[in-house]
Design a protein around this ligand. Structure first.
Ligand code: SF4
Length: 334
């Protein structure tokens, strides 16, 4: 499954499920958004595999994306989720820091896509040549691969150098997702915070489309790290918990919540008429579903917004949410 096919699903509510199956990680990257350590929290594998078992073939996500922490610290859980997903017709993707490179754990042969992080922080922990060897071997085995690269901004010289090197090494055959270090986790103290834009103009939040399971099993409506890290999660952004909810109920809440629909359609400030906390800050301040009554007009508008985002394609998504200058690199090898 090519990276572009994954990103093409991003605007579609409940088209995918993100799962952080552990918060543990053997690496200590300075920019880690989840502040992961080898001693970080980890919860029973049965929570996560049990939730996947609630998925029904006629009501399945297209993709399950496994993250962490480092998901490959739980290779048996990765294999069991990938196997269960495959039997449903759902594909599995793993986002990894590649601590095991250049060795290829057998569990990675079970998944449809492996995205390997490579940046100035990761390569202090895992040599770049080992990561390249890992990606070569996976590609030779027929596993779809991509690089997930972050830098400090579009003019970061590291980005220019590493992108040129990847393109040369893999002859433009491997897609590259380029983003920016966010002020979250261990980077909170030194990275530039996201721009806090106040606007009455609709600014749809595509991030509110995929339910996200945090490492403690709580299921949120988006992958914003501030949302995932703080308890309680605001009511409109908490969809449930893997130990007590089924995929069907989570999918229904994600798709039909009036406030989530309004946030996906025009963003939190447009949805609420408030702008006191910036974009995501305003969203986290919002209260209950009553602030956005169910409305056929919102349902119609949401479909128009989804259609427009699908028309913009994977590179269009990256122009909004990644490093716009490098947005087209997600299409390499397509
Ligand atoms: S606007 Fe709300 S739903 Fe969207 S990413 Fe921010 S906190 Fe999450």
């Amino acid at each position: 499954m090519h990276l572009a096919d994954i990103l093409a699903l991003r605007p579609v509510p409940a088209a995918a499920l993100l799962m952080a199956i552990t918060r543990r990680c053997p690496l200590t990257c300075a920019h880690c958004s989840t502040s992961s350590l080898l001693s970080s929290e980890e919860h029973p594998a049965e929570w996560f595999s049990g939730f996947v078992e609630t998925i029904e073939p006629e009501d399945r996500p297209e993709l399950i994306m496994l993250t962490g922490g480092e998901p490959m610290l739980r290779p048996r859980l990765v294999s069991s989720i990938a196997s269960a997903a495959r039997s449903l017709g759902t594909r599995t993707m793993v986002l990894t820091g590649g601590f095991f490179a250049p060795r290829v754990p057998p569990a990675l042969d079970d998944v449809a896509h492996v995205s390997v992080s490579l940046d100035v922080f990761h390569q202090r922990e895992v040599p770049r040549e080992n990561v390249f060897r890992l990606v070569h071997v996976l590609a030779e085995r027929g596993v779809a691969v991509s690089f997930h690269v972050v830098g400090s901004g579009p003019d970061d010289p590291y980005l220019t150098e590493v992108i040129e090197t990847i393109r040369r090494e893999f002859r433009d055959g491997v897609p590259i997702l380029v983003g920016r270090v966010r002020a979250a986790g261990r980077a909170r103290a030194w990275a530039t915070a996201d721009e806090r834009v106040s606007s009455d103009r609709p600014r749809p939040c595509t991030m509110a489309a995929w339910p996200t399971v945090s490492a403690d099993g709580t299921i949120a409506a988006c992958c914003n790290q501030d949302v995932l890290d703080h308890r309680p999660i605001p009511g409109h952004l908490r969809l449930g918990h893997v130990s007590s909810d089924s995929w069907r109920s989570i999918r229904t809440r994600c798709r039909t919540s009036p406030l989530l629909r309004a946030i996906r359609t025009g963003g939190p400030q447009w949805a609420s008429g408030r702008s006191d906390g910036g974009y995501c800050g305003t969203c986290r301040l919002l209260g209950t579903e009553q602030e956005a009554p169910a409305s056929p007009a919102i349902a119609y508008l949401e479909q128009q917004v989804i259609h427009a985002q699908l028309s913009a394609g994977p590179a269009g998504f990256m122009r909004r949410y990644g490093e716009a200058r490098f947005a087209d690199l997600v299409m390499l090898g397509r």
